[in-house]
Every structure is written in C-alpha cells, then in structure tokens.
Design a protein around this ligand. Structure first.
Ligand code: HEM
Length: 449
C-alpha cells in the first residue's frame, strides 16, 4: 500500500564521505542501530555499502514481508552464487517462483503431526545430555544448548538410529558453520580462500556431510517399512506435477536444515537459561507449571498446549535476544511504505529484530524481562509485526513450530531436574554474528533439584 498523502524523506546520522556508516556499524552493530532508531524514528536512512534503510515501524515491516513481498528480494549473502555454494541450492537460497514451488513441496513435512512425532527425539536428546552433567560443576550453558540442538537436528533429519558415536558428523557440521561465519564476517580479502587451513578443513567437512547424506539417501531407497525422519519425508515429497526432488536437491535441502536448524534454537535456549537465572519469580512460576502439568515425568507433545508459561518465557527471551537479530531485503522497484518513506529501487532494507523488539512504543520498559508480555490478551493488543523472531509472510521460518516445540520440551525436561546459577564475575555481552550469541558464553553452576 503506498500512501502519497504523507510521503516523507527519511533522515539519518552524519556519515563518512566514502565509507558512509560502515565504520560505526562495524564498531558496534547493535548499539549503532539502536541509537539510530531512537533518534530518527520509523525509517532511518543510512549508507552501509548501498543506500540502506533501517525499518522501525511494524506496518512497514508487514508491508515488506507480508503485503508486497514480490517487491523485496532476500539479500545476496544467501541468494548469490557464493551463498548457494555454501548453503546449497535450496529453500534458504532460492528466490521468487522457484522458492514458492520448493516451499509448497516442503511445507507438509512441517505440519503439526509430522513435527510432533519428533518430540521424543528431542526429549531423548535432553536426557542423554543431562546424564553426563555433574551437579556442583560449572558449564557453558550456551555451548551445551548448541550441542544439544545440533544432536537433535541430526537425529530429526537422519533418524534416531543414525550412528555418530565417533562424533565425526557433528564435528563436520561445526566446522562448516565456523567457515561460513568466517566467510561472511572476516575482514580479510578473499575470505573463502584465506586462511588456506580453514578452507581445507571446510572442504573435508563438506565432503563428509555430502557423502553421509548421499549414503543415507541410498540406504533409504533399499529400506522397506515406515520410517520417521526428515530425510524420508523429503524423499516422498512431491511437487504439484507429481514429480519428486532429485538426489542432489534432497541433499541440498538437508544441508538447508543443518544450516538453519540448530544454531538459532541453541542460542535462544542459552539466553533463556540466563534470563531465568536472573529472575527467581519467573523460575518459581515455571517450576509450579511443570509440577502441575508433568509432576516429574518427561514431557511429550500432548503436554505442549498446557506448558503455556514455559512457552511465554521462551517467547520473551527471543524478544530480548532474538537469535536471528537482523535480516535484509533489497527493493526491486521504488515504493512508498505505509509510514510514508519512499524507498528507491536497489536500496537495502534492514529488518532488525533486536531493535524492533526493544522499541518503547510497542514494548514499555523494553529492557525488562517479563513473560507476561506474551499472555493471550497482551498479544492481541500489540501489532503482530512488532515481534518477528521467525520473520513473516511467504518466507517465514519453515521450522518455527519445530523450534518452539524443541524450546519448550527442552526447558521443561531440564528445569525439572537441574537448577542453574550464573557463575559470578562474568559480563554477559551479546555478540551479533550469524546469530546473536553471548560473546564469551554463559557459565553456570549446575545443581540437582
Ligand atoms: C529459534 C529458532 C529459529 C529462529 C529464530 C529462526 C529464524 C528464521 C528467520 C527469521 C527466517 C526468515 C529469514 C528471512 O526471511 O530472510 C527463517 C527462515 C528459515 N528457517 Fe528458521 N529459525 C529458527 C529455527 C529453524 C529450524 C529449527 C529450522 C529447520 C528445522 C529452520 C529452517 C528455516 C528455513 C529452511 C528457512 C527459510 C524459509 C524460506 O525462505 O522459505 N529454522 N528462520
């Protein structure tokens, strides 16, 4: 919807002649964007590489993601040839009609019934992890949650019987993740090639990942009888014309799930334990809910609708520390947004959850951790796009239900058995990379309940 009556020219801070705002942004991404939003309002004009606009009005965000997504492409980081090389030619990296076709074919694998059938995989993962925790010791809860989320996505995609006792497949996924992050965030020239050691390690890791997926595809072709894992679901999935994916496409979509499906929820869970540890009143209410609903037993999919407060804690944690803290769109044509700002063709739009989720117009006392913000009545009163940890519209996260289920089950399974206390003397600082993670991890002392 364009609104010719109230066209406005967005303004922004002073920038360096050639470099624009790049130095300020690189110095302190979160602080710089937050200050810009506080000072310049709905739409802030910046120059970070290309002309860039930071959107802080939920109506504008809705317009870009939901109302007219055809005019806004994903940024080149994922959709370029390099993005496809690193993350596969799949859902994450495709555009336009190709994306819609792929999304329609994959969507049924993410419906409620198939997703909830993975609940036991997730709680088994949590039980296995807890079995090696020693009460009275200290651990980095962010690293623990990352390892758990990685374990869970491997079992969800390749099956509970997938044998990775040596940990080589998990290590290969971690090496790949580190390399991709290096390529996107390094200030070195030619980061895909430098340093050569990192590239070699990545190539070996990528070969292991590709070989393993190919082997698992062939194994399933010879199997008879039902199986429940993402790979089997994808091998049966069909396009509208009744054809299925080639082995290469299946492999790339598995890579998509390994790229998008664990770091985000791992970071989200790490932040959630930190916030719970700082808010005893929230912890008391959480434990009361778990006592009432579970009474000490392992949670299952049927418990999810009853674990409402647990879900509200997770939602509020992802408000303050959204694992995807920013994403980008590029305008195809000039357009005037609902707020009145005109966006020229080719401009880059920043949709920044970290900033929007702390906008005081929609979030009174924004720094306060308060799960009540996600009660049904509070949600109804707020603009839907004032909160978008999973994006929105046609490209909304396909794993949203899976991630929410995993988050609630893991919190419920672990909180009943262990208490976490923040080890004193740490300064917890968010570091915005591919996901938002604590700079030095979060060290907690663990005690049995
Ligand atoms: C807390 C956990 C998660 C968060 C915060 C998150 C966030 C997001 C966001 C913001 C997007 C949209 C990006 C854009 O529009 O440019 C997205 C897309 C996507 N996510 Fe997630 N995600 C999470 C978990 C997962 C999981 C568990 C999976 C897979 C099992 C997954 C798979 C994907 C895929 C495949 C896409 C691309 C969808 C498309 O373009 O059609 N995500 N995610």
């Amino acid at each position: 919807m364009s609104n010719d009556n109230k066209q406005t020219v967005p303004s922004g801070p002073w920038g360096y002649p050639l470099l624009g705002h790049l130095p300020d942004f690189l110095r302190d991404r979160l602080g710089f964007l937050s200050r810009c939003a506080a000072q310049y309002g709905d739409v802030v004009k910046l120059k970070i590489g290309e002309p860039t606009f930071l959107l802080n009005n939920p109506e504008d965000i809705k317009h870009v993601l939901v109302t007219n997504p055809e005019n806004y492409d994903k940024g080149p980081r994922l959709t370029s040839a390099r993005g496809k090389r690193l993350s596969g030619e799949g859902l994450l990296t495709s555009l336009g009609a190709a994306h819609l076709r792929q999304r329609r074919m994959m969507q049924p694998a993410f419906y409620r019934t198939p997703i909830q059938a993975f609940a036991e995989t997730i709680t088994n993962g949590a039980e296995t992890r807890m079995a090696v925790w020693k009460p009275g010791t200290e651990l980095n809860i962010t690293a623990e949650m990352m390892a758990l989320a990685q374990h869970n996505i491997i079992r969800t995609v390749l099956g509970d019987d997938f044998d990775d006792r040596s940990g080589e497949f998990a290590t290969a996924l971690t090496t790949r993740k580190k390399y991709v992050e290096h390529v996107y965030f390094s200030l070195l020239p030619f980061p895909e090639y430098l340093p050569p050691k990192l590239r070699r390690e990545y190539q070996q890791a990528r070969k292991r990942i590709d070989d393993t997926i190919n082997r698992e595809i062939h194994k399933r072709r010879d199997l008879t009888g039902p199986r429940h894992d993402m790979l089997s679901l994808f091998m049966k999935a069909e396009y509208d014309d009744g054809t299925g994916m080639t082995d290469r496409q299946i492999r790339d979509e598995m890579l998509t799930l390994f790229s998008a499906g664990y770091e985000t929820i791992g970071d989200g869970l790490g932040w959630t334990w930190y916030l719970i540890s700082q808010h005893p009143e929230v912890e008391t209410r959480l434990l009361a809910e778990l006592r009432e609903v579970l009474g000490g037993r392992v949670p299952c999919a049927d418990d999810l609708p009853k674990l409402r407060y647990t879900g509200m804690i997770l939602a509020e944690s992802m408000r303050l520390y959204p694992p995807t803290w920013i994403f980008i769109r590029i305008a195809r044509q000039d357009e005037t947004l609902p707020s009145g700002a005109t966006i020229p063709a080719g401009a880059k739009l920043y949709l920044c959850q970290y900033v929007m989720h702390r906008n005081p117009r929609y979030w009174p006392n924004p720094e306060r951790f308060d799960p009540e913000r996600f009660s049904e009545s509070a949600k109804k009163e707020r603009h839907k796009l004032a909160y978008f940890p999973f994006g929105g519209g046609v490209r909304v996260c396909i794993g949203e239900s899976f991630a929410k289920m995993e988050g609630v089950l893991v919190l419920a399974a672990i909180a009943q058995r262990f208490a976490f206390t923040l080890v004193p003397g740490q300064t917890i600082v968010p570091k915005p990379q591919m996901t938002l993670r604590p700079k030095n991890g979060i060290w907690m002392r663990i005690d049995q309940r």
